[in-house]
Design a protein around this ligand. Structure first.
Ligand code: FES
Length: 571
């Protein structure tokens, strides 16, 4: 048996090792301290993270697998982020959750960790933590919920909330009917059942090698989730024995595979900031432009909401991620390994597509070039992104006049004003929503359309924002504009009536005013200062240290790894 990290706490006959052992002996047998691995189960179960509320049951299955393989499992509740509940936005707390988990993993006598996540920010924060501590780690994704129906129609949770609420505003659905759909929207435990951020992060995490191949996307109510959780428990013991830490097998090629997967599944734009942040923790060079260079020519092979029609249980039934990746195998890095020690590509040959309406073959893609496009220009010198698969084709090249909102509150106050000077060709600009400006970079970029245009039947417009967009949303939305307005970006000096040119094929986003005019403009101070300057606590630390969306919006001092060593004793 290899020397365990936990032995630094438990081995020996001195007073400190006595204390470490004695306080842990509440039911553990004496041989628990004979050098066998102690494994944390970083558990984001919480009643306030409803998408993760079932993870205690998952944790019990992981525990059983760890015991069976000779390890000692230890439940470690971690900061949990509920996407729908947290104000001002769960993203404000992603880095805090990552930092807290990182410190708990390092401070405690553990040799490896199983990461239990589900709702949007939970898997990213856990992976950022594990990458920085660099101990053997495996993710168990909590899985999507079972699909609910309303009036005989399947509901995509998230996506259909946006659709139904727009129908109410457009006058095609009564408020009473809208409210009646509420009890049907969430029909079981598990995370959102569209190809939103939670589904996307589970699938791309499998693509870059940190989940048992074939597990991601399995429903939260499917017995195979617990079966694979048990298997994960056994596997983490093997990983520790093999000393397979994230740094020993994750490479740039692993992220290449994640980006190819992201494009082929039509995944959430949020994956961009999360993958950049995780790569940053691993010290792997990954840039915004890599998403365009690697992913933009990848075909969309999945017909799932929000870009398409079906939902996650259809996706699994149709063959799941491995069936999709088999179609684009030639675009994957064949050397990139998974936690099993075998390359991802080794798992693809036996995969099959069982329903070609849900997952299509390479020859007949939903969209030929589906990956995220990275735009640059005087409005976004640091880059901005757009997901062409979720946009309207006729708006991908567009010139329109800006209608500017300084804050999300300003937008809500004026968007439905009958006197708002806006038409279908206008471009809606929302600023003050970046990491520093909000603070926390909320999912508001897919701002609602003006009511008077909805009533005219308009269902999409070009929108530009320095914030993010929900993975369940759709529309011609340019987001993650960098630098953000609050960091002095050009978004802060756009005026109502300015012409803006969006040219996705040429990857350009241009504020069409002269350079002299640009130089003469002074940003609105309210925009630069954001909605409120935090005086204390996490928000203050965050605003002072958060980086731009183009590098993953991590804190500057959290990039890279600090390893797992703790040199000082506690007593
Ligand atoms: Fe948790 Fe959608 S709200 S995954």
């Amino acid at each position: 048996m290899t020397e365990q990290r936990s032995s630094e706490w438990y081995a020996g006959t001195d007073r400190n090792s006595y204390i470490h052992r004695a306080w842990m002996r509440r039911g553990l047998p004496e041989n628990a301290f004979d050098g066998r691995p102690h494994i944390a189960i970083a558990n984001s179960a919480s009643d306030l993270t409803p998408c993760n509320s079932h993870l205690n049951a998952v944790m019990e299955s992981v525990k059983a697998g760890i015991y069976e393989a000779g390890g000692i499992p230890l439940n470690l509740p971690v900061v949990s982020l509920g996407e729908t509940q947290m104000r001002p936005t769960a993203m404000l707390w992603r880095n805090m959750a990552a930092m807290a988990t990182e410190e708990m993993l390092r401070a405690n006598p553990i040799d490896g960790v199983v990461l239990l996540g589900g709702c949007d920010k939970t898997i990213p924060s856990l992976l950022m933590a594990a990458a920085s501590v660099d101990i053997p780690a495996i993710v168990v994704p909590g899985g999507p919920m079972k699909t609910g129906t309303f009036q005989g129609v399947a509901l995509g949770c998230g996506t259909d909330v946006w659709r139904l609420s727009e129908e109410v505003r457009g006058g095609t659905l009564s408020e009473q009917e809208f409210l009646r759909s509420e009890s049907s929207m969430i029909s079981s435990q598990g995370h959102c059942n569209t190809m939103g951020t939670a589904s996307t992060m589970a699938l791309v995490t499998e693509a870059f090698g940190m989940i048992i191949p074939g597990l991601a996307g399995t429903s939260a109510v499917d017995s195979r989730l617990l079966e694979n959780s048990h298997e994960t428990g056994r596997l983490i013991v093997e990983l520790i024995e093999a000393e397979r830490r994230p740094s020993t097998f994750l490479t740039r090629g692993s992220f290449q595979n994640a980006i190819v997967a992201l494009a082929a599944i039509g995944g959430s734009t949020n994956a961009v900031v999360h993958l950049l942040a995780i790569a940053g923790r691993l010290g792997i060079t990954l840039t915004l432009d890599d998403f365009d260079a690697i992913g933009s020519g990848v075909p969309l092979l999945v017909n799932l909401q929000p870009a398409g029609r079906f939902l996650m249980d259809d996706f699994q039934r149709a063959g799941g991620l491995l069936a999709v990746l088999r179609e684009v195998k030639d675009l994957l890095d064949p050397t990139a390994l998974t936690i099993t020690g075998k390359p991802l590509v080794d798992y693809l040959d036996s995969a099959r597509i069982w329903d070609h309406e849900v997952i299509t073959v390479r020859e007949t893609p939903m969209i030929a070039d589906a990956g995220i496009a990275v735009l640059r220009g005087n409005l976004a010198p640091g880059g901005a992104i757009i997901k062409p698969a979720a946009a309207s084709a006729h708006l991908l090249t567009h010139r329109g006049r800006a209608v500017v909102f300084d804050t999300i509150e300003d937008m809500h106050a004026r968007i439905d004003d009958p006197d708002l000077d806006v038409d279908a060709d206008s471009i809606l600009v929302l600023r003050g929503c970046g990491p520093k400006g909000y603070p926390g970079m909320p999912e508001v970029a897919n701002m609602p359309l003006p009511k008077k245009l909805l009533e005219q039947g308009i269902r999409d417009m070009v929108r530009i924002c320095d914030g993010r967009m929900s993975g369940t949303a759709y529309g011609t939305v340019v987001l993650h504009v960098t630098p953000e307005a609050a960091a002095g970006g050009a978004l802060g000096i756009v005026k109502n009536g300015d012409w803006i040119i969006l040219d996705v094929p040429k990857r350009r986003l241009t504020l069409d005013v002269t350079q002299d005019e640009l130089n003469s403009r002074v940003p609105n101070q309210a925009t630069v200062d954001g909605f409120a300057r935090p005086a204390r606590g996490w928000e203050r630390l965050y605003v002072e240290h958060v980086m731009g969306a183009d590098t993953g919006a991590d804190l500057d001092f959290l990039q890279g790894t600090s390893g797992h060593r703790v040199s000082r004793e506690s007593h």
